[in-house]
Design a protein around this ligand. Sequence first.
Ligand code: FAD
Ligand code: NAG
Ligand code: NAG
Ligand code: NAG
Ligand code: NAG
Ligand code: NAG
Ligand code: NAG
Ligand code: NAG
Ligand code: NAG
Length: 667
Amino acid sequence: MAALSLRRALLLLVGAAASSLVSAQTIVTGDGTVVAADEASVAPAASAIANTTSAPAALQLTDAVIANLTDLQLSNISLFAFQPESSEKPAATRRAASSAAPPVCKVFPGDAAYPSRLVWAVLDLLTGGALIETVPIGAACYPQSGAYNNTKCAAILAHWTESDTHAADPTSVMSPLFQGETCMPAAGAARGARCTLGGFPSYAVKISNVAQVQLAVNFARNSGVRLVVKNTGHDFLGKSCGAGALSIWTHHLKTIEYVARARTPAYSGPALRLGAGVEVHELYRAADKYNVTAVGGECRGVGVAGGYTAGGGHSPLSSRLGMGADQVLSVDVVLPSGRFVTADETTHPDLFWALRGGGGATFGVVTAMTVKVHPRMAFAGANFTVASGPDTNVSEALFWNATYAYWRKMPEYAARGSYGYSTVFPRGPPGAGYTWSMLPWLVPGMALAEFQAMVAPLLAEWNAMGLAVTPLWFEHDSFYDTWSKGNFPLEGVANSNLRTGSRLFPASVWEDSARLAALLGAMKSIVVEGSALIQYNINGKAPAGTPASATNTHWRDAVWYTIIGAAWSAGVSEAEVKTVNVRITDDWMGRLRPFGPGGYGNEGDVMEPDFGGAFFGTNYDRLLEIKRSVDPDDVFWAPTAVGSDRWQVSGQRDWLTLQTGKLCKRA
Ligand SMILES: Cc1cc2nc3c(=O)[nH]c(=O)nc-3n(C[C@H](O)[C@H](O)[C@H](O)COP(=O)(O)OP(=O)(O)OC[C@H]3O[C@@H](n4cnc5c(N)ncnc54)[C@H](O)[C@@H]3O)c2cc1C
Ligand SMILES: *[C@@H]1O[C@H](CO)[C@@H](O)[C@H](O)[C@H]1NC(C)=O
Ligand SMILES: *[C@@H]1O[C@H](CO)[C@@H](O)[C@H](O)[C@H]1NC(C)=O
Ligand SMILES: *[C@@H]1O[C@H](CO)[C@@H](O)[C@H](O)[C@H]1NC(C)=O
Ligand SMILES: *[C@@H]1O[C@H](CO)[C@@H](O)[C@H](O)[C@H]1NC(C)=O
Ligand SMILES: *[C@@H]1O[C@H](CO)[C@@H](O)[C@H](O)[C@H]1NC(C)=O
Ligand SMILES: *[C@@H]1O[C@H](CO)[C@@H](O)[C@H](O)[C@H]1NC(C)=O
Ligand SMILES: *[C@@H]1O[C@H](CO)[C@@H](O)[C@H](O)[C@H]1NC(C)=O
Ligand SMILES: CC(=O)N[C@H]1CO[C@H](CO)[C@@H](O)[C@@H]1O
């Protein structure tokens, strides 16, 4: 749509809004004056919000721009206006003022009130040609899709499990389950096979400046169209897709600037200013360039200033330097009203608190943030693999005894600043054994000799059991080398038909040996029944001096963070799919909840029964209050986000919520 010229869009407008336009070439302005409808009269407003990549915040939508458009009496221009000040007042005042019944559902394609193509063309014009009419990533593989391209299909299939493939697409997400898997790429998709949008948004704005975000937010709020924010698409719960929605695609906001001396009431020192689209590998490379250490995830492509920090953000550095959210000094955000503000300790402090851990797609669209960085430091660590099974000399009993020995020491390691990231996978059906891979275990700032001394008692305990493990030790003088030189795995994404859930276990469980034994037994039983286990031995405390944030309170006393999950084969019966899903939420999670009431919302179970308490802890009530105050009408909505329970996606089963239906208020 980028090719739409201003002139053509105007002509389109003329066709639809003849009453305010005398002819194709003129416009009647507010005071009745007839002016030529050409670039000279309309372009100033449009060019004032044209794009830039160098300073995204330099271009903002202002009342003056809207006034210019309004003066021209272009049809539907009110669709792009800010929320009137009166409704920015506290919720109680506003409720009394507006008597009209709120809409029951977000406007959906096919509804009479859904914006016409013409109206979308105006949005495209105003955003400088940034509107994309979306096409499913897999459409290239479907002969009947209108986007068939066998070469492209082969490339998508070859790179399907790489996060870049999905981050680079306007709508693709890495948990395709929630999109409905309605257009999965497949070699030789049968002629006639259907490829539909399913849970993909209908339109996306490819963002390069703040004004475009404001236009999209205003448009969604005024038109009633569902709004989605997509950055990289890593979300585990379907939070970055949604049927019929307009998506704000932040991936291209890539600026990284070094700030030598950032100053806030709580901090004085170096920082990095990050655009919303910056990914973990980009952050780490920049930090290395500036000779500092920055906090990000363990993987390559997660969006640091997007969902990662918004949800708390765990890191290989967390046990020493805190969570991702603990690094934030200020946040630039477009609010649900369309207004652009910077929130920090002193300005908009409630918002600043909420944006650090209170979840993505809830309080607005973050366009940039400033995060503190730390001195370059050395790292020591190790990785190893323990496998049991008929082709090994490790019995299952020995495997579990060795695993228990490690699990028992988690509080001790967490207290020393350890980050232990490992996976336990069943190697096949019962009896095939298990593989436990440490990927890696490290301590920021520790020398190798000290690290080896810390690990030695565990190795000795294993030796006494008859298990010989020879770790691969490593030592690097920077985090970038530690992270990039082969000690971390490249994680595959976009598996089909996969459901996961997560739990955080507090150190207090370890103080009661009977409870600890019960927890370890429960975890073992889940893996024995076929779950994968992704586990992190971590210390989620906030470092001294960190301003209070909305980070899930369950992170703060956690020493063990776990993700469990299972997949099912394509084409199995609905009953079998239900069995797997119910087992995860009710049975497996149910066994773990008594020991760990919290889960990590960024990697949680979309069906978590008390998602507020589990994903936000004791912060939930205050977060809900802030949500209701900045977004009383729920312009922003995402499954399991704060306040999300008053809406639901229609047509869903009670054991799994996908993003494939119309979003409606709960009865
Ligand atoms: C392979 C893999 C590895 C991971 N590793 C880690 C890890 O090491 N540590 C960790 O803590 N987590 C990790 N995660 C989880 C990750 O933190 C979440 O998936 C996170 O939400 C991703 O954010 P995103 O912006 O990249 O993804 P998206 O899916 O694009 O967005 C996630 C959520 O944030 C919202 N959002 C995105 N950008 C913005 C914005 N600018 N303003 C407002 N809302 C926004 C979206 O609407 C959505 O609700 C991992 C996930 C995967 C799949
Ligand atoms: C509004 O329009 C006037 C007249 O064309 C122009 O001079 C001015 O720069 C415009 N203002 C904005 C903010 O676009
Ligand atoms: C937006 O920016 C891109 C990249 O600089 C440029 O190619 C494009 O022409 C710009 N579009 C408009 C409408 O200015
Ligand atoms: C098909 O896809 C390839 C690879 O993305 C691209 O180079 C080519 O231009 C596409 N062909 C057509 C006809 O669009
Ligand atoms: C990088 O940082 C370390 C730790 O602060 C310091 O010792 C070293 O001199 C710095 N190197 C350069 C090239 O500035
Ligand atoms: C340690 O990690 C490296 C890099 O991922 C890998 O090549 C090696 O096989 C691992 N070794 C063990 C013992 O797990
Ligand atoms: C595992 O531990 C149990 C309990 O301590 C012990 O009885 C058993 O002999 C151990 N088995 C192996 C193979 O180490
Ligand atoms: C298993 O075999 C390896 C070498 O193949 C040996 O080092 C180890 O001690 C053996 N372990 C047991 C429990 O027999
Ligand atoms: C929301 C709104 O005002 N939509 C209008 C936009 O303009 C078209 C064409 O005039 C109308 O049909 C819509 O009702």
